[in-house]
Design a protein around this ligand. Structure first.
Ligand code: GLU
Length: 168
């Protein structure tokens, strides 16, 4: 279980996502994170271990802004409740980010497949492999983001809902 908020629009994206995560904090509170994209298509992430207020403090110390974004409060199933394991997770290129609710049962098989062709993983989660697989299909097969997401989702086994993306 987790909380997921996404926003595209004209309002201030960071406060809006944080406000949404606050309403969903009961769904997951071992860590939280946010990713936003600004006018220059620059993707920025902030993540923090523990309750949402720790993420708010991280943003206060190191502000970010953007036009659209996603946020997540985590209820860990795979990997310790650390900042490193907090969502969103990035692909190899750093252009795709994913937040995820649920479990990817076949993540180890997929991870080993990607490691064998040079992917480096930075977390203990099952989720990170989703970002890497999407990025892999964009980079190696020239697929659009949408087609890469569709192809990736077909390979996932388990329980999951939104697989989102950001980036230029
Ligand atoms: N399985 C993922 C993780 O452990 C997602 C957990 C959740 O739904 O919050 O990071």
């Amino acid at each position: 279980m987790c909380g997921i908020v996404g926003y595209v629009g004209n309002k201030q994206v960071v406060p809006l996502i944080i406000d949404g995560l606050r309403k969903l904090e009961y769904r997951g509170y071992d860590s939280a994170g946010i990713a936003v994209v600004d006018d220059d298509h620059h993707l920025s992430l902030r993540r923090a271990e523990g309750k949402l207020r720790n993420l708010e403090e991280a943003i206060r110390l190191n502000p970010l802004d953007g036009n659209y974004g996603i946020g997540h409060t985590r209820w860990a199933t795979h990997g310790r409740p650390t900042e490193e394991n907090a969502h969103p997770h990035r692909d190899q290129s750093g252009k795709v980010v994913v937040v995820h609710n649920g479990i990817i049962e076949n993540y180890l098989t997929l991870k080993e497949r990607l490691q064998a062709i040079g992917h480096t993983f930075n977390t203990e989660t099952d989720t990170e492999v989703v970002a890497h697989l999407i990025g892999h299909y964009i980079d190696t097969e020239g697929l659009s983001l949408e087609l890469a997401v569709r192809k990736t989702v077909k390979e996932l086994k388990g329980n999951f809902c939104p697989v989102d993306h950001l980036g230029g």
